[in-house]
Design a protein around this ligand. Sequence first.
Ligand code: FES
Length: 126
Amino acid sequence: MMNMNGMPQPAFYIFKCQQSAPPGMPKPSCVSQNNPESQELFQHLGQELMKKGIIATTLPIQTGCLGRCQQGPVILVEPGHTMYVNLTKERIDRIIEEHIIGGNVVQEFVIDDSFWGEPISPASLV
Ligand code: FES
């Protein structure tokens, strides 16, 4: 039953990798001095969610490395374990419009299967 009095939980969490490597470091990172747009993506994400009036139900969260640095900048959308890669502001706008509002994963920005195989159940390891 829907609780009309309580505080609703978010429908989506968007985890944005904010890891940056020190200048001169060869390892790629999601926030990089070589890619000025990468430094503005989290702010852009928050601003767009606010503009659309959906920030209360779609929570943007800054995280450290999500382990797919070669494909950065990346975000992980939950629920669904959807990993979006090589992000730009334009891609974020489409993800909000088509996935978060429209309900359809934007397949062309999703990480390749070879880097995002089926999860391994912890229960299968113990
Ligand atoms: S630095 Fe972003 S996934 Fe590793």
